[in-house]
Design a protein around this ligand. Structure first.
Ligand SMILES: [Fe+2]
Ligand SMILES: [Fe+2]
Length: 210
Protein backbone atom coordinates (compact mmCIF):
# COMPACT_ATOMS: atom_id res chain seq x y z
CA UNK A 1 0.00 0.00 0.00
CA UNK A 2 1.30 3.43 -0.89
CA UNK A 3 2.06 5.98 1.81
CA UNK A 4 -0.82 8.13 0.56
CA UNK A 5 -3.24 5.21 0.73
CA UNK A 6 -2.07 4.36 4.27
CA UNK A 7 -2.58 7.98 5.27
CA UNK A 8 -6.13 7.98 3.86
CA UNK A 9 -6.93 4.71 5.63
CA UNK A 10 -5.63 6.09 8.96
CA UNK A 11 -7.75 9.23 8.54
CA UNK A 12 -10.85 7.19 7.73
CA UNK A 13 -10.37 5.05 10.85
CA UNK A 14 -9.82 8.15 13.01
CA UNK A 15 -13.00 9.73 11.69
CA UNK A 16 -14.96 6.54 12.35
CA UNK A 17 -13.64 6.38 15.93
CA UNK A 18 -14.50 10.05 16.58
CA UNK A 19 -18.03 9.47 15.26
CA UNK A 20 -18.46 6.45 17.52
CA UNK A 21 -17.16 8.42 20.52
CA UNK A 22 -19.65 11.14 19.85
CA UNK A 23 -22.49 8.67 19.47
CA UNK A 24 -21.54 6.87 22.71
CA UNK A 25 -20.96 10.04 24.75
CA UNK A 26 -23.46 10.52 27.58
CA UNK A 27 -25.94 13.33 26.99
CA UNK A 28 -24.46 16.38 28.68
CA UNK A 29 -25.29 20.02 29.08
CA UNK A 30 -24.76 22.15 26.03
CA UNK A 31 -22.96 24.74 28.12
CA UNK A 32 -21.01 24.54 31.32
CA UNK A 33 -20.96 27.34 33.92
CA UNK A 34 -18.50 29.94 32.74
CA UNK A 35 -18.98 29.15 29.03
CA UNK A 36 -20.15 32.07 26.93
CA UNK A 37 -23.88 31.74 26.44
CA UNK A 38 -24.41 29.81 29.64
CA UNK A 39 -27.70 30.53 31.33
CA UNK A 40 -27.86 28.94 34.72
CA UNK A 41 -30.84 27.13 36.14
CA UNK A 42 -33.06 28.95 38.60
CA UNK A 43 -31.27 27.35 41.57
CA UNK A 44 -27.87 28.30 40.19
CA UNK A 45 -29.04 31.87 39.69
CA UNK A 46 -30.30 32.08 43.27
CA UNK A 47 -27.09 30.47 44.56
CA UNK A 48 -25.12 33.14 42.71
CA UNK A 49 -27.26 35.84 44.35
CA UNK A 50 -26.54 34.44 47.80
CA UNK A 51 -22.84 34.12 46.96
CA UNK A 52 -22.51 37.74 45.87
CA UNK A 53 -24.57 39.03 48.81
CA UNK A 54 -22.47 37.16 51.35
CA UNK A 55 -19.32 38.51 49.67
CA UNK A 56 -20.74 42.05 49.66
CA UNK A 57 -21.73 41.99 53.30
CA UNK A 58 -18.32 40.60 54.16
CA UNK A 59 -16.64 43.38 52.21
CA UNK A 60 -18.88 46.01 53.83
CA UNK A 61 -18.03 44.71 57.27
CA UNK A 62 -14.32 44.95 56.40
CA UNK A 63 -14.72 48.52 55.09
CA UNK A 64 -16.15 49.65 58.45
CA UNK A 65 -13.48 47.69 60.29
CA UNK A 66 -10.84 49.61 58.33
CA UNK A 67 -12.56 52.93 58.97
CA UNK A 68 -12.89 52.20 62.68
CA UNK A 69 -9.20 51.40 62.90
CA UNK A 70 -8.46 54.99 61.85
CA UNK A 71 -11.52 56.90 63.09
CA UNK A 72 -12.81 54.67 65.90
CA UNK A 73 -11.78 57.08 68.63
CA UNK A 74 -13.01 60.15 66.75
CA UNK A 75 -16.38 61.88 66.84
CA UNK A 76 -17.81 59.51 64.21
CA UNK A 77 -16.74 56.39 66.11
CA UNK A 78 -20.22 55.57 67.45
CA UNK A 79 -21.95 55.95 64.10
CA UNK A 80 -19.31 53.82 62.35
CA UNK A 81 -19.69 51.12 65.00
CA UNK A 82 -23.47 51.18 64.54
CA UNK A 83 -23.06 50.59 60.79
CA UNK A 84 -20.45 47.89 61.31
CA UNK A 85 -22.74 46.03 63.73
CA UNK A 86 -25.53 46.06 61.16
CA UNK A 87 -23.15 44.78 58.45
CA UNK A 88 -22.10 42.00 60.79
CA UNK A 89 -25.76 41.04 61.31
CA UNK A 90 -26.30 41.03 57.51
CA UNK A 91 -23.21 38.88 57.07
CA UNK A 92 -24.30 36.42 59.79
CA UNK A 93 -27.68 36.06 58.09
CA UNK A 94 -26.14 35.33 54.68
CA UNK A 95 -23.63 32.92 56.22
CA UNK A 96 -26.57 31.01 57.67
CA UNK A 97 -28.44 30.91 54.34
CA UNK A 98 -25.25 29.77 52.61
CA UNK A 99 -24.77 26.88 55.01
CA UNK A 100 -28.41 25.83 54.86
CA UNK A 101 -28.42 25.79 51.06
CA UNK A 102 -24.85 24.52 50.67
CA UNK A 103 -23.85 27.44 48.49
CA UNK A 104 -20.11 27.72 48.00
CA UNK A 105 -18.58 31.07 48.92
CA UNK A 106 -16.82 33.18 46.31
CA UNK A 107 -13.23 32.17 45.61
CA UNK A 108 -12.38 35.87 45.85
CA UNK A 109 -12.94 35.92 49.61
CA UNK A 110 -9.26 36.66 50.46
CA UNK A 111 -9.32 39.54 48.00
CA UNK A 112 -12.43 41.12 49.54
CA UNK A 113 -10.87 40.61 52.97
CA UNK A 114 -7.94 42.82 51.98
CA UNK A 115 -9.69 45.16 49.53
CA UNK A 116 -12.56 45.99 51.90
CA UNK A 117 -10.23 46.84 54.74
CA UNK A 118 -7.91 48.88 52.51
CA UNK A 119 -10.82 50.84 51.04
CA UNK A 120 -12.13 51.59 54.54
CA UNK A 121 -8.79 52.51 56.05
CA UNK A 122 -7.66 54.37 52.92
CA UNK A 123 -10.70 56.63 52.73
CA UNK A 124 -10.57 57.17 56.52
CA UNK A 125 -6.95 58.32 56.17
CA UNK A 126 -8.16 60.87 53.61
CA UNK A 127 -10.46 62.26 56.30
CA UNK A 128 -13.87 61.80 57.91
CA UNK A 129 -15.72 63.20 54.92
CA UNK A 130 -13.93 60.88 52.49
CA UNK A 131 -14.86 57.92 54.71
CA UNK A 132 -18.49 59.05 54.53
CA UNK A 133 -18.22 59.48 50.74
CA UNK A 134 -17.10 55.85 50.57
CA UNK A 135 -20.21 54.83 52.53
CA UNK A 136 -22.49 56.77 50.20
CA UNK A 137 -20.97 55.23 47.06
CA UNK A 138 -20.94 51.67 48.41
CA UNK A 139 -24.40 51.75 49.99
CA UNK A 140 -25.97 53.32 46.92
CA UNK A 141 -24.54 50.51 44.79
CA UNK A 142 -25.87 47.90 47.22
CA UNK A 143 -29.28 49.56 47.23
CA UNK A 144 -29.50 49.21 43.43
CA UNK A 145 -28.15 45.66 43.59
CA UNK A 146 -30.61 44.51 46.28
CA UNK A 147 -33.47 46.22 44.51
CA UNK A 148 -32.81 44.31 41.28
CA UNK A 149 -32.36 41.01 43.16
CA UNK A 150 -35.61 41.57 45.02
CA UNK A 151 -37.43 42.11 41.74
CA UNK A 152 -35.81 39.07 40.09
CA UNK A 153 -36.53 36.59 42.90
CA UNK A 154 -39.62 34.41 42.48
CA UNK A 155 -42.52 34.52 44.95
CA UNK A 156 -41.50 31.11 46.40
CA UNK A 157 -38.46 32.89 47.82
CA UNK A 158 -40.58 35.17 50.01
CA UNK A 159 -38.34 34.76 53.04
CA UNK A 160 -35.15 35.63 51.14
CA UNK A 161 -36.91 38.53 49.41
CA UNK A 162 -38.04 39.96 52.76
CA UNK A 163 -34.55 39.63 54.19
CA UNK A 164 -32.99 41.44 51.23
CA UNK A 165 -35.56 44.20 51.47
CA UNK A 166 -34.90 44.63 55.21
CA UNK A 167 -31.16 44.87 54.60
CA UNK A 168 -31.67 47.28 51.71
CA UNK A 169 -33.52 49.64 54.05
CA UNK A 170 -30.57 49.54 56.44
CA UNK A 171 -28.09 50.17 53.62
CA UNK A 172 -30.13 53.25 52.72
CA UNK A 173 -29.94 54.33 56.32
CA UNK A 174 -26.14 54.03 56.05
CA UNK A 175 -26.13 56.10 52.87
CA UNK A 176 -28.15 58.80 54.64
CA UNK A 177 -25.75 58.74 57.61
CA UNK A 178 -22.92 59.31 55.11
CA UNK A 179 -24.72 62.25 53.54
CA UNK A 180 -25.62 63.76 56.93
CA UNK A 181 -21.98 63.52 58.00
CA UNK A 182 -20.59 65.58 55.15
CA UNK A 183 -19.83 63.01 52.42
CA UNK A 184 -20.40 65.55 49.69
CA UNK A 185 -17.82 67.88 51.25
CA UNK A 186 -15.04 65.31 50.74
CA UNK A 187 -12.11 66.41 48.59
CA UNK A 188 -12.79 65.58 44.92
CA UNK A 189 -16.12 64.05 45.92
CA UNK A 190 -17.42 63.30 42.38
CA UNK A 191 -14.16 61.52 41.46
CA UNK A 192 -13.97 59.57 44.70
CA UNK A 193 -17.67 58.68 44.60
CA UNK A 194 -17.47 57.59 40.95
CA UNK A 195 -14.35 55.47 41.45
CA UNK A 196 -15.74 53.65 44.50
CA UNK A 197 -19.07 53.06 42.81
CA UNK A 198 -17.37 51.55 39.76
CA UNK A 199 -15.15 49.39 41.98
CA UNK A 200 -18.19 48.16 43.94
CA UNK A 201 -20.00 47.24 40.74
CA UNK A 202 -16.96 45.36 39.50
CA UNK A 203 -16.74 43.51 42.83
CA UNK A 204 -20.40 42.47 42.47
CA UNK A 205 -19.87 41.34 38.88
CA UNK A 206 -16.83 39.27 39.85
CA UNK A 207 -18.37 37.70 42.96
CA UNK A 208 -21.40 36.53 40.96
CA UNK A 209 -19.07 34.66 38.62
CA UNK A 210 -16.02 33.47 40.54
FE1 LIG B 1 -25.10 45.29 54.67
FE1 LIG C 1 -24.38 48.85 54.66
Amino acid sequence: MSAAAKHRLRKTRQAARAGADRANAPPGPKYLPGDPGFRGTRTQEIDAMIRVDQAGEYGAQRIYEGQLRILGEGRHGAVLRHMQEQEQAHLDAFNKVMTERRVRPTALHPIWHAAGYLLGAGTALMGEKAAMACTVAVEETIDEHYRSQHDALPEEEAELKAMIERFRQEELEHRDIGLEHGAEGAPAYPVLYGAIKRASKLAIWLSERI
